[in-house]
Every structure is written in structure tokens, then in C-alpha cells.
Write a protein that binds this ligand. Structure first.
Ligand code: PAF
Length: 298
């Protein structure tokens, strides 16, 4: 399994794959791979001829004071996992290959999908994500790119970006993978001690409370959010950044739920910020606690 470190190598490798009539699936990650990432890799392997995993802790998506230095970095274990999963190539660039001397471009998506919720609470974060993902999509030109639904706003932002920049990539939003207790897998879960983790379980429980109410027929978004907030309040150590009901594509707030609706939550516990989401509506395809992963391609 080749490990490439420069954007020009990424471009060439993907060009060669496409030139031989095969499709490329890209799984962008910041490493510290867990079962959530593996589910993206397995989906990519099931749907594409060759799978590329990128591993890059992107400095531009961390605001000053956030956990960039502390963010887990486990490249040896990540490479071993990719090899075991049958990944075709890993792109593992150093920061200076992605952002060389003089780099002066930012990709900024506008509108609620970029400016509300995560956009408002983490200034610069989504611009950093858009910039690095645009660079990956432009260099690799993958047929499909895979993202986890836990980061629902990131998924919507990348869908918008891929459409607007005509990159020709289908953005695939994959089901959130959860631990048996319901907590969505995240590289940041490792920051939590047992007490903080117990409090954090209020987040999936709050999403489940909103989902249950919706299932029972409630369509007033404010009542769904009230139910979620009531459940969050049972964990007093949680400090809630937001709990909102949004259109899952535009991230405009919803008053009434007539079709698909994203319930999104961000909260802090003992210095760790966690986000999670659930999709409601006809084709939502999500059940809290659904941990199924498709099998890899033989
Ligand atoms: O979700 C992530 O891990 C990152 O935001 C991404 C998409 C790899 C961009 O750095």
C-alpha cells in the first residue's frame, strides 16, 4: 500500500487509476482512526474500485486555543488499519506540502450552512474544513468522497462546496457509528474520563428523545428541541453550545418538520467539545444505536 506525501503524487496516482477505467473513493480523515472511519473505508471499498484515505490534522480548522497540539496522532496504527482494510493508497502529507510558504487562499462557503451553529461557535473552523477538502477534491478528483453524519454540518458544507465548484464528486454521508452506550465515535472521546463520559451520554439520549417525539407525530420543531434540552439538563456538567432543528442541506432553522430534519447538538464536558446529530424524516435512514457497517469488497 503506497503512502504518498505530496499533492502532485496524490493527483498522479488518482489520474492513473481513472485512466485505467477504475473509480476512486476518497475518505478524508485527520487520523486516529476508529470504527467510524473504518465504516467509511468499508463503504468506499464496497462502492469504488480503489480507496484512498487521507490523513492530515488540518491546522486551519482549529481556532486559536483549540486542541490542535493535543489532537491524537497515531500514524503507525492508522497505516496498519488501512493496510488491513485493503486501502489502495494513503495520502499522509506534511503541513508544508498542503500549505507551502506563501499559501494565501481560503475557500469560504456562505449562508447558514457555513455561518450558523458550528460556523458561529468555531470561527474559522468551517473555512479551514472547506479549504482543505477543496484541495483534496481538486487534486484527487474522486468519484465519491465519504464523510460521517455525526458532523452533519460539515457534510452539508462539503456537499454545497462540491456542487458549487463542479468537482464532479458525489459526497456520500455515512451513518454515525456509536459505542454500545450510544456515544458517537470521535477521536476526541479519548479525552473523556469515566465521569465525563457518563455525562456526555446525555447527548445521544437527547437526540433519541427528540427522535422518539418525532416518531410519535410531533412536528413542532421547538417541542422536539425542548425535549432534547430537557434531557441534556439532566447532565449538569454539560455546557450546551446549541441544540437545533435544521434543514439538513441548508442548515436553515426549521419551525415545523414537514420532511427531513437534522437535530444537531454541540456541548462541552470537562474541556472537551462534542457534537452529534440525528436525521429525522422519511428517508433519514438513521436509528440511534445503528452501528451496522457494510462488509468490505472481497
Ligand atoms: O472530519 C474530519 O476529520 C475533518 O474535518 C476533515 C473532513 C478530514 C477535514 O480535515
Amino acid at each position: 500500500m503506497p503512502v504518498l506525501t505530496h499533492p502532485a503524487e496524490l493527483r498522479l496516482w488518482c489520474e492513473r487509476v481513472r485512466a485505467s477505467g477504475l473509480t476512486v473513493g476518497l475518505v478524508p480523515t485527520m487520523g486516529a482512526l476508529h470504527a467510524g472511519h473504518l465504516s467509511l473505508i468499508r463503504r468506499a471499498r464496497a462502492e469504488c474500485d480503489r480507496t484512498v484515505v487521507s490523513i492530515f490534522v488540518n491546522p486551519t480548522q482549529f481556532a486559536p486555543g483549540e486542541d490542535f497540539e493535543r489532537y491524537p496522532r497515531t500514524p503507525a496504527a492508522d497505516l496498519a488499519l488501512c493496510e488491513a482494510e485493503g486501502v489502495g493508497m494513503v495520502y499522509l502529507p506534511p503541513a508544508e506540502a498542503v500549505y507551502p510558504e506563501g499559501f494565501a487562499t481560503r475557500v469560504r462557503v456562505v449562508g447558514p450552512v457555513a455561518e450558523t451553529l458550528e460556523g458561529a461557535h468555531r470561527p474559522g473552523h468551517l473555512e479551514g474544513v472547506a479549504t482543505v477538502v477543496a484541495k483534496l477534491l481538486i487534486a484527487a478528483r474522486p468519484d465519491r468522497a465519504y464523510f460521517g453524519r455525526k458532523d452533519a454540518q460539515q457534510c452539508a458544507l462539503v456537499r454545497r462546496l462540491a456542487r458549487d465548484l463542479d468537482v464532479g464528486t458525489t459526497v456520500v454521508e455515512c451513518e454515525t457509528v456509536r459505542d454500545p452506550d450510544g456515544l458517537a465515535l470521535s477521536s476526541r472521546n479519548g479525552y473523556l474520563d469515566a465521569a465525563a463520559r457518563a455525562q456526555a451520554l446525555a447527548i445521544p439520549a437527547a437526540l433519541a428523545a427528540a427522535a422518539r417525539l418525532h416518531e410519535a407525530g410531533e412536528r413542532d420543531a421547538s417541542r422536539l428541541i425542548e425535549a432534547a434540552v430537557r434531557r441534556l439538563a439532566e447532565s449538569p456538567a454539560l455546557s450546551v453550545d446549541y441544540a437545533a432543528a435544521v434543514d439538513p442541506d441548508t442548515f436553515e432553522p426549521l419551525a415545523t418538520v414537514t420532511g427531513r430534519c437534522g437535530i444537531v447538538i454541540a456541548a462541552r464536558i470537562a474541556g472537551t467539545r462534542l457534537i452529534d446529530s440525528v436525521m429525522l424524516g422519511a428517508d433519514a435512514g438513521l436509528a440511534i444505536g445503528n452501528v451496522g457497517c457494510p462488509s468490505p469488497r472481497p
